[in-house]
Ligand binder design. Structure first.
Ligand code: PXP
Length: 263
């Protein structure tokens, strides 16, 4: 399927399949609201796999407000899909990553008081701190991703640090879309498009995520350089109404349609 207005080079660049990483953190949020074991995020990960997810993402936060250490151990031992461990750049988290060796680690900024990861990593000012984490993870054979704003300086600094991947923060784009701010949505989308092109040109693999919904995913999926999306909160929320399997299948279908993988 071609996208109206799309240039031939863009069509050539776009790999037809776009990987979907399902973030299961908020299954654990619901479990933890009562304590105990239900609902089990590892069961959700298995269901995500059968619904068409290509990977599972989990954020082990310093305050363990959702995913626990035991969840990470079970995900690593039970899952056949690649595990993407989101983590702050701290000694404690590095030790855990080196113990479990996930397929990838995505370094994210983390503040205790925030409700979710509110912005990208400050790679420019933080590069001396981040260097040791990037190197230690890569030496253990773990692919390293940096969660950044789609800005040229952050992309250059990520490439200089030797990251394998940048995950571009889609939160501002999704917020403008939710507010019905068409000009703001277009501006943020263009910023992500420019960032994706610059990151790919710098040799980085390009992922994107945060706040994506059925309404906002298509435009991001059409950006040719992006090869993976990580989506959580919307899918788990939607699962309340239509079930996790259906929520993931709908997301997968929109991604594939936008990508032209369902002609
Ligand atoms: N990518 C990263 C790096 C994140 O920190 C998060 C949120 O944990 C997501 C993707 C998924 O965001 P959401 O839950 O809003 O879909």
């Amino acid at each position: 399927m071609s996208i109206p207005g799309e240039t031939a080079p863009a069509r050539t660049l776009r790999s037809r399949t776009l990987r979907l990483g399902v973030n299961i953190d908020h299954v654990a949020t619901i479990r933890n609201a009562r304590g105990g074991r239900h609902p089990d995020p590892v069961r959700a990960a298995h269901q995500a796999a059968s619904a068409g997810a290509n990977g599972i993402t989990a954020h082990l936060r310093e305050d363990r407000r959702h995913i626990s250490d035991a969840d990470i151990a079970r995900l690593k031992s039970e899952l056949t899909l690649p595990l993407n461990l989101e983590m702050a750049a701290t000694e404690e988290m590095l030790g855990i990553a080196l113990r479990h060796t996930p397929h990838a680690s995505c370094l994210v900024p983390e503040k205790r008081e925030e409700r979710t990861t509110e912005g990208g990593l400050d790679v420019v000012r933080g590069k001396d701190h981040l260097r040791r984490y990037v190197e230690a993870l890569k030496s253990a054979g773990i692919r390293v991703s940096l969660f950044i704003e789609p800005d040229a300086a952050a992309i250059d600094a990520s490439a200089t640090l030797g990251a394998d991947i940048v995950e571009l923060h889609t939160g501002a784009y999704c917020e403008r879309a939710l507010e019905g701010d068409a000009a703001g949505t277009a501006r943020e989308l263009a910023r992500i498009g420019r960032g994706a092109a610059a990151a790919a040109a710098a040799g980085l693999e390009v992922h994107a995520g945060h706040g994506l919904t059925l309404n906002t995913v298509g435009a991001i999926a059409r950006i040719p350089e992006i090869v993976e999306l990580n989506i959580g909160h919307f899918l788990i929320g939607e699962a309340i109404f239509i079930g996790l399997d259906s929520a993931i299948r709908r997301m997968r279908m929109l991604i594939d349609e936008a990508r032209g993988a369902r002609d």
